[in-house]
Design a protein around this ligand. Structure first.
Ligand SMILES: [Zn+2]
Length: 215
């Protein structure tokens, strides 16, 4: 458990350094017992770049703190939903710039499809760049029980997805283990940035071609 706490602290420092969890945004959890379910989790309002191992909480299946001095995050209910629906062993939530921008851009369509990128093979079970990954986008909500129930519905309709976005908010991904969930954050953040930058270049090219005097 001490090692796992240290590992979560270093994930916080790394993600902060990458700009994925600025301020006190984001939250992380790891399943440490399944019967009854117990999670080791970052608390509400904690700066992820400055976490101490003693800040981390043990949380039960109802999202109540079982050990630790700080308060559980309101988003604990979403972690629990993902663990139940996907059998995840770890859940990681970031507030990156690219996930925030793309969640707005693709909110109307309910999500975005990513295909053709070699990096897709970093997602568990994906064997080819020809895979099409659907990343659902959910409307943001401060009412967590209501958002958790919408998430249950989205995950049941998309049982093979590896991540989802909350509109103008951020990204959630998960894995069987903390290491796999960390890999998924790296892969999904890479893919979102690649897609957003490619869209941006394409729109610049289109504008350039319609400019008066363009040959
Ligand atoms: Zn959040």
């Amino acid at each position: 458990m001490r090692q796992l706490r240290q590992r979560l602290v270093s994930v916080g420092q790394e993600f902060y350094r990458r700009g994925w969890v600025m301020g006190t945004s984001g939250n992380f959890s790891v399943v440490v017992a399944s019967r009854p379910l117990k999670l080791l989790m970052t608390p509400s309002g904690a700066h992820k770049g400055q976490l101490n191992a003693s800040d981390l909480l043990l949380v039960d299946a109802q999202g109540r703190a079982r050990a630790g001095v700080r308060k559980p995050s309101a988003e604990t209910l979403l972690h629990l939903e993902i663990i139940r629906a996907c059998g995840a062993g770890a859940v990681l939530h970031t507030h990156s710039v690219w996930s925030t921008i793309l969640s707005e851009r693709h909110a109307q369509g309910g999500g975005l499809a990513i295909e053709g990128y070699e990096m897709l093979k970093g997602l568990e079970g994906v064997k080819t760049h020809e895979h099409q990954e659907w990343i659902p986008v959910l409307e943001n909500d401060q009412d967590m029980p209501r958002l958790a129930s919408r998430l249950r519905d989205v995950l049941s309709r998309n049982p093979t997805c590896h991540a989802f976005l909350l509109r103008r908010h951020g990204m959630y991904t998960w894995g069987d283990s903390l290491a796999q969930a960390v890999r998924h954050v790296e892969i999904v953040e890479f893919l979102l940035e690649a897609v957003a930058r490619a869209d941006q270049l394409a729109s610049w090219d289109a504008r350039e071609q319609t400019r008066p005097g363009h040959q």
